[in-house]
Write a protein that binds this ligand. Structure first.
Ligand code: G3P
Length: 217
């Protein structure tokens, strides 16, 4: 499963990139707003660090303006994936941009029907939001399973980019289902390494190293 980092925080991206844990980056208007930076500038800097797909989202709601924004974003770098919302204007923009050879990430997906439309519109990625479904007592992971089934039934090339990930368990659950990509905040990716028995076992080893005076260098 590919790991995308869901942030515009350059330092966090660089830190995880050094561990080989960054196959791509996703942002959205709220993440860009939180960065306090110009969307073009911060996206350009992210593309200078990460070779994989970097998603940058349009902010218009109508097709014509979305298309113009998407074309401008796509010019930032070859690894840009233009993010569009799952509306009919977004789907129309997806079709137009994908026909031009631009990667498109269709976002704000909350149903299997929406994911089916995105695949037919030529989306490179579909972003179903797990956490926001869980927040209203629906089952976000069930949506990932449904989309996996539908895409495999018909051999759609669109990649499932599991998003709105809130826990390390979401990451392993998405991997079990077969999501192509999971995009998560840096803290969630870091939390994947945590286990109390690892800490306890290492402490035990270190105690025995100390007791036995084991030295390698
Ligand atoms: O960036 C898309 C998605 O990951 C947003 O997640 O936590 O705002 O629902 P969240």
């Amino acid at each position: 499963m590919k790991f995308f980092v869901d942030t515009a925080d350059i330092d966090q991206i660089k830190e995880l990139h050094a561990y080989g844990m960054v196959d791509g980056v996703t942002t959205n208007p709220s993440i860009i707003a939180k960065s306090g930076r110009d969307i073009i500038e911060v996206t350009k800097e992210i593309c200078s660090i990460v070779d994989g797909p970097v998603s940058a989202e349009v902010v218009a709601l109508d097709f014509e303006t979305m298309l113009a924004e998407g074309r401008k974003l796509a010019k930032i770098a070859d690894n840009i994936a233009v993010k569009v919302p799952l509306t009919w204007a977004g789907l129309q923009t997806c079709k137009a941009l994908s026909d031009e050879g631009t990667m498109v990430n269709v976002t704000l997906c909350f149903s299997a029907n929406q994911a089916l439309l995105a695949a037919k519109a030529g989306a490179t990625f579909i972003s179903p939001f797990i956490g926001r479904l869980d927040d209203i007592n629906l089952d976000g992971l069930e949506l990932i399973e449904d989309i996996r089934t539908i895409y495999d039934n018909y051999g759609y090339d669109t990649q499932i980019l599991a998003a709105s990930i809130r826990s390390a368990n979401h990451m392993s659950d998405c991997a079990k289902i077969g999501a192509d990509v999971a995009t998560a905040p840096p803290a969630v990716i870091k939390a994947m390494a945590n286990h109390i028995l690892t800490d306890k076992g290492l402490a035990g080893f270190m105690a025995d190293v100390e007791k036995a005076g084991i030295k390698i260098l």
